[in-house]
Design a protein around this ligand. Sequence first.
Ligand code: UT7
Length: 352
Amino acid sequence: MIRTTILGLGSYVPERIVTNDEIPFLNDQHERCDEQQTETNDAWIRTRTGIEQRHYVDNDKDVRTSDLGVEAAKAALADAGLEAKDIDCIILGTLSPDIHFPGTAVFVQSKLGIDGERGCACYDIRQQCSGFVYGLEMADAFIRTGKYEKILLIGAEVHSHSLDYSTRGRDVMVLFGDGAGAMILGKEESDDERSGVIYTSAGADGSGAMNLYLKVFDIGKRPYVWYDANDREQNEIKYPQMNGKRVFLQAVRNMVVSTNEALAKTGLTWDDIDWFVPHQANLRINEAVAEYAEIPRDKCLNSIMWYGNTTAATVPLTIDHWRREGKVKKGDLICSTVFGAGFTWGTAIFRL
Ligand code: UT7
């Protein structure tokens, strides 16, 4: 029986670190100023979110989401002992694409030097914070059916260029960071139901769509993108808008249900699973999920403290972070549950 196996893992964050103390001093180009620009502070951010710092791309260079994706992809390929030309499909999740279209996966393909007339399939998926688990479900289905043999799955984001650095946008702005993570998925012949990708699920509730959105592109507008720099109200379309409390509650609820369902359907228990790696939106969300789903605290891995919310990249970034720290090891059984805009959610259980 064909099963999906994880051949490699990699991640990348830009060098620039922005601490909570620096955040109030950033202008709308995220440049450091002498004067405080935004009413926020380390104590608020730390206690409400768990975040201590995040990484941003430099704003004096043309670094795009695809560039971060390429760095993570190279690390994952090296980890797998493969070259880019071995890949026959790229799946990329992001909410911060390089441009509106074409999708970002084709830019990654080109930057990896595997474009051309016989270039591999490139998929972009738009499931925000749930992007990586949605992508994993897709990759698993492609491999099991024999459609593709070596898939590069990427979650990558450059948030720093599209945040509202004024006090108006502080609730969203302080949460996000730039980064990318990647996995290489391949096939193995095995009847062991506890090897490779064991379980995936994905769900969505479109009634929550307008609780977290960015309307910079709006098909209802003529032309689609309309913007008056002098009109403060119209400025809002440039930035993500969020009903934080509703998103928080739905995140906890859906992540608990999705995780419990995954265990019930696979027959696995927390004794079998080595690590719970939830999406990194807010440490308080993850602590509540662990409490309600009765997940042993020493099995919960977080990284939001150092990277903030990197949306589609959080799951591979967190696993790779803790692998570098020597905690996560090849062969460990991981359960990842995600929740994001849409609303969308999902759970995956896999052996690294
Ligand atoms: O990845 C999936 C998407 N995102 C999420 O899952 C995020 C979900 N939501 C959250 O994490 C939380 O709702 C937030 C962290 C966004 C906000 O935390 P909260 O505990 O729900 O705070 P709040 O919105 O109730 O705001 C409390 C106060 C307000 O002031 P008043 O009205 O009480 O005077 C806010 O204006 O905190 C104020 N506030 C801030 N103060 C300092 C909001 N943002 C900030 C800030 N710094 N950055």
